[in-house]
Each structure stands twice: as C-alpha cells, then as structure tokens.
Ligand binder design. Structure first.
Ligand code: ADP
Ligand code: MG
Length: 675
C-alpha cells in the first residue's frame, strides 16, 4: 500500500471518517501510522479482587451467570444488571441507559469486560464496560496493552483501533531510514515493527524498544542535519576583517571589573574574530553571571572595526533595558546605540532605520522588529540573539541574511545540561561563563504550603516597608482553572489587603506599551509590588527587588523557577524567594525542595532533565527547533550521547557514500529544510 494514499481509501474509512481523521491532522496512511497513542491501558486479565486495587481501568475475563435483569434505581434510572463471575467471585456488569443490553448475552457466554471495578454495597460491580467475546484468553485477537488515541467527535477508540489494525493488514512499504548494519549494531527494531508496536505493543518491553528505536532515528537524523549545516556554516570564510582589538577603553568605562568567567569568554570571542572563519558561538551562563556585558564588548569591537551590530531580544521590555545598558557602556566611547520597537511612532522609526541604512547608527537593539523586510543595514557584521530559546533558528537566519556573512553570538538564558546543549546547538561553538560576580548574595529560598500564604504576604509587606520591592508570579493571567492562581485574582486580592501599597500588574496579554509603562514604573520604584506572569522571567534587572513569591510553584519547571529567582538578589541586599504550593504530590515536592538546596543553574537544569526526561527540553517552544515526535517519549538520555557520537562517526568516516545510507541521506536533506 502506498503510504501517501489518502486515509479515505483505507478499509473502514469513508469520506465522513476521513474528515474526522483530518481534524486530527491525519491525511495520509503515513500520518495514521504516526498518530501516537496518548497512553496505553494495561489489559492484562485480572480477577475482580485485583481490579479493586488500581485507579485505572482493567480487563476482566468472566462468564455470564444469568440473563440481564432490568432494575430501576432509587433515583428512577433504568439500568440493566448482568450477573457474572470470574470463576471464584460473583459480581455484576451494569449498563446505564442501554436497555438492549438485557438480551445481548446468554448464560455461559464468555466475555472480557474492560472498565473500572468497584465494590457497591459489598458486590463487585463494573459500570458501562467495554466488552468483547472470546473463547480463549490466549486468542491472538486479544490485546493486553491497549492504545488510547486522541479522539475527535464521532470517532471512538474502537473505530480508530480497527482502522489502524486494517492498515497493518496491508503490505506496507515503510522506508527503513537506518542502514541494516546500524540496526544490527545497536539492536534496533526494524521500522515497520517499531510502528506496529507503537500501536499494538506485544509487551511493555517491546513498546519501550519501539519508542527508543523511533527516537533514535529522529535524533540521529537531527544531529546529522545539524552537523552537516554546521560544517557548511563553520566552513564559511571570514569576510569581515578585524584589526582593532583594544578593549581597554571599554573596560575603563565599566563600573566593575570582569569576572574570570567573563574574561575567558571574551578571549574566546576575540580569538574567533581573529580566525579565518565566521564566528558561531553560544554563550551559556547562569542567571546573573553577566552575559550582557560580554555581548556589549563584542558589539564594541564590531563598531570599532567599522561594523554594525544587531542585538535581538524576545520582549520589548528587554529591548528597552538592554538599550539603556548598552548606551551606558558604549555611548561614552562614541558608539551610537538605538532601539527599534514594534510600536514606535513612524517618524522616530524612520530616523532609526535611515540611520541604519546610512551607517550612522552602530548598534541596534530590538525584538523581531529588526528582522522585518524594510530594515536594511549598511555593514551588519555581528548578530547577537539574547535568550535564544525564544527565537526560531529561522529568525536568527533572517537576521544573518541582512548582513554580509556576519558573526553570530547566541546567548542562552537558561543553563542547559551539557549533553543537551551539545545536541541542541551542535551548529555552534559553546562558551560558558562559569563564575558569578563577587558580592552576590545567595537568595534564601523556601518552599511552603498553601496554608502559609498569610505569613508569606506579611513578610512581603515588611520587606516593602524597608523600601524594597517585591514580585509575585502566577501561572495564569485570568481565572481559568480552579485552584490556579492568576495575576488578576491575586492582584485584586493584594490590592484589597494592602491598600497603602502600589501594586502593578504585568502579563503577556497586555499591549507592549502598557507593559513598558508598568516595567518603567517598577524600575523607578513607583510600584512596590509587581504581580506578573513569567513575562518578567527574561533578563529584567531591578536591584531593589528583594522578594519573589511564586504561586502554584509546582506548575513551573525547575529551570524556569531558577530563572525567576534570578530576578531578585541583584544587589548587595539580602533577598528571598518563596515558592508556594498546594501540591501534595511527592515528586513535585521533591523537585521544589531541590530549589532550596541548589543555587546553581546547571545543576538545577540537570536535575530537571533527570526528573522530567529530555522531552521538556526538546520541546519546540523552548528552543525554536522543530518538534520532536518520539524523543519526548524516552526516559533514557543515553540515546542522546549514542546518536551524537554515531553522527560524528558517520560524518568523519564519510559513510554517506555507502549505498545503504541512501535512506538516511534523504531523511537528513528533508530535515535540513525545516531546521
Ligand atoms: P545575565 O547573565 O543573567 O544576563 P546580566 O548581564 O543581566 O546577567 O548581569 C547581571 C548583573 O550583574 C547586572 O546588574 C550587571 O551590571 C552585573 N554585572 C555583570 N558583570 C559584573 C561584574 N563583572 N562585576 C559586577 N557586576 C557585574
Ligand atoms: Mg540576560
């Protein structure tokens, strides 16, 4: 069967079911093979007693004892009760509003019921079960591990399973991307078998192997695509010549001296600029390690050597703040810095864009406003993106295209464990700022129960009375789910509670100029307490903020909490971070408690990786990379390393030239198109 064939022509699918499938994103047979179950039910046969133990639905082989009986409940509902036995215990299958079930079975019928076993007034009872007949528990038709698919109106699990089963009856020409020699060496399942096991796992072990097999391929193709691209980028000859490397004026103008870590990274940048090749460098560093000044120094060198620099940031708030910082560092040295924002008055914007085109403006800071078509540069030589995970690689590329083979620096906001960084950014060289500026105090961190909220806010008030400022972070903007704190609710509550304080509100649904105004007020201390979503997460710098409260802290990733915590403790003032949670979940608690123990972003990221698996980190939103389908399913991160070194070996030994690598070569070319 041709995999590009439309689903409509599969047995059991007509035009109307095809429409339903399309709404699930399934157009072709291939799409259907890649429709992932959301989870799996364990339908290992159980007796009635075993069924009481778990929370989940179970499968119960049983024999019908008598014909169904009509019963009217006390509330007047008509139900059918069918007496059944598991061989040892008696119970009832109960069907609500399905009077026809009364005659569906006769005594002696053997069934498998799938549902939740309960005890009702001392009797085993299973309500509205799925059912199938079988004569032999070992029948090949019986699935012990049952996929649960995402559904849409009109489609049921049963129908979908049947359709997918029909597909696997066909002769499917699934292309084996991996060479046979690799399948053997790494003991991987053939692709068709893996896909079959994704839908109809023969065992839990096979399901895991199938997921790993598909993730292996996905990662290998991705890493190879990145490496091929990197070889291409890295091979690019430097066109922008640098001669002036004197950074003394810049350092003299700084209010502090660089840390060891900053110095090391500056040296790496300078050596890149001296080299024959274009620079493509990722700068990693913990929150507060001082990445901005390193970026400023690189921009200074660019300007001194006659090149323009562009600094792209994810939010307007950051654009404004970075512009102020850069002006302070660079304007005394006669480097002209301007900002471009989406909402600038036309005339002002024109002045800046004309300045860029004529070359009068040296450094431009802005959001993706600076990649728009009408923005032209005279000699763009250096492109920096801050907090890169918010940008797609495509956006970075769009900015690079505006220059003449410009150098590229990517600054990552969140420390990423080494294995992952090597995977995600294999198209970049990596620098790490591994020291913090001196005099930085450790932020005291507490994880507290909901019941402590009152005390927490009394503490916040006391800090504000000292003339300090505070942040309160909520997971939601407005009331949506019960028990999830929102900016609007908490903002209203705190305004009522502290009428004498000025309380500001900040979230992503506000207009850019509203956000800017609030942030400016907070920076100027016209706001005491800022209630916000994670929009404040990225890079905002307010030294007199000494307390951060995070509501529903369990809703955030550890790396994100660490990032948030980095907003306080930005001066010599003692600072505090308080995570409030109502969660009783042990793992969630343990995760949060780790935040009390560690202040090291890399360590925290590593922990987060271990607890939550690589999927979270490899999600599309975090890094602007195309989504992985199978990688989020795997728990074992060693596959990252395995595929990484395999990819390096393939490139090094130039194995692509072998015929059996044809499939892999094609897959890589496809992947490069969407990186
Ligand atoms: P991040 O790496 O999180 O982007 P920033 O660049 O915003 O950190 O720097 C955090 C703060 O540390 C800023 O207020 C900055 O002025 C200050 N800073 C940076 N480098 C040093 C240094 N070498 N010594 C003292 N303070 C520094
Ligand atoms: Mg920063």
């Amino acid at each position: 069967m041709d995999l590009t064939k439309e689903v409509q022509y599969i047995k059991g699918v007509g035009p109307s079911r095809a429409r339903m499938l399309r709404s699930l994103g399934v157009n072709t047979v291939l799409d259907l093979l890649y429709l992932l179950p959301r989870r799996y039910l364990d339908l290992t046969p159980q007796n009635f007693e075993q069924g009481l133990a778990g929370e989940e639905v179970g499968a119960f082989p049983c024999v019908v004892l008598e014909k169904g009986q009509d019963v009217v409940t006390r509330s007047g509902m008509k139900i059918v009760k069918i007496p059944i036995t598991d061989g040892k215990r008696k119970g009832f299958a109960v069907f609500f509003n399905q009077p026809y079930m009364k005659d569906a079975f006769k005594p002696g019928d053997r069934l498998v019921l799938v549902g939740k076993m309960k005890k009702n007034f001392g009797a085993y009872e299973i309500a509205n079960p799925d059912w199938q007949r079988f004569e032999d528990i070992n029948s090949s038709d019986y699935v012990k591990i049952c996929p649960v698919y995402p559904l849409t109106k009109g489609l049921t699990q049963k129908i979908l399973r049947k359709i997918i089963k029909n597909v696997f009856q066909e002769d499917l020409r699934v292309e084996e991307v991996l060479p046979l020699s690799l399948l053997e060496k790494y003991k991987l399942m053939p692709k068709l078998e893996a896909l079959k096991n994704i839908h109809f796992p023969e065992s839990w072990e096979n399901l895991r192997r199938a997921q790993e097999r598909l993730a292996f391929e996905e990662l290998l193709v991705f890493q190879l695509a990145m490496m091929v691209t990197r070889r291409h980028i890295m091979g690019e000859k430097r066109k922008n010549k640098y001669e002036d490397f004197d950074i003394t004026p810049f350092l003299k103008n700084l209010p502090f001296t660089l840390t060891k870590g900053q110095e090391k990274v500056v040296r790496e940048i300078i050596s890149d600029l001296k080299s024959e090749r274009v620079m493509n460098r990722l700068i990693q560093g913990d929150v507060g390690s001082g990445k901005t000044v390193v970026a400023a120094l690189a921009l200074y060198l660019a300007a001194k050597n006659g090149y323009q620099g562009a600094f792209m940031v994810p939010t307007e708030i950051l654009a404004v703040q970075h512009t102020a910082t850069l002006k302070k560092y660079l304007e005394p040295l006669e480097v002209r810095v301007e900002v471009l924002k989406g909402d600038m008055p036309k005339a002002e914007k024109r002045k800046v864009t004309e300045g860029l085109e004529s070359g009068e403006v040296d450094i431009i800071v802005g959001t993706h406003a600076i990649i728009q078509d009408d923005i032209k540069f005279k000699r763009l030589g250096l492109v920096i993106t801050d907090e890169q995970h918010r940008f797609g690689v495509k956006q970075r590329e769009a900015l690079v295209k505006k220059g003449h083979s410009p150098d590229v620096i990517v600054m990552s906001a969140t420390p990423i464990p080494r294995t992952l960084a090597l995977t995600l950014y294999s198209d970049l060289d990596i620098s790490i700022i591994d020291t913090m500026p001196a005099g930085r105090q450790k932020v005291d961190t507490y994880v507290v129960d909901d019941s402590m909220r009152d005390r927490v806010y009394r503490f916040v008030e006391a800090e504000i009375k000292k003339g300090h400022q505070a942040y309160v972070v909520c997971p939601a903007v407005e009331e949506s789910e019960l028990g999830i704190a929102s900016v609007e609710e908490i903002g209203a509550e705190l305004s009522k509670r502290f009428p004498h304080l000025t309380i500001g509100i900040l979230h992503g649904k506000m207009k850019a100029e509203e956000k800017d105004a609030v942030m400016k007020d907070f920076i100027a201390r016209r706001i005491d307490l800022l209630v916000a979503t994670t929009v404040i997460e990225v890079g905002v710098d307010v030294p007199s903020a000494t307390v951060m409260v995070v509501e529903n802290a369990e809703r955030f990733g550890l790396a994100q909490l660490h990032q948030l915590r980095g907003r306080v403790g930005r001066s010599s003032l003692k600072s505090y971070c308080i995570f409030i949670t109502g969660s009783k979940d042990k793992i969630a608690r343990a995760r949060l408690n780790f935040m009390m123990k560690s202040n090291n972003g890399f360590e925290i990221a590593q922990k987060d990786l271990e607890i939550r698996g690589p999927g979270e980190f490899l999600g599309v939103r975090q890094h602007g990379l195309p989504e992985f389908k199978f990688v989020p399913l795997i728990k074992d991160i060693r596959i990252l390393e395995t595929t990484k070194s395999l990819a390096a070996e393939i490139i090094e030994k130039d194995l692509f030239s072998k015929a059996e690598y044809e499939g892999l070569r094609k897959a890589i070319n496809e992947r490069i198109k969407i990186i």
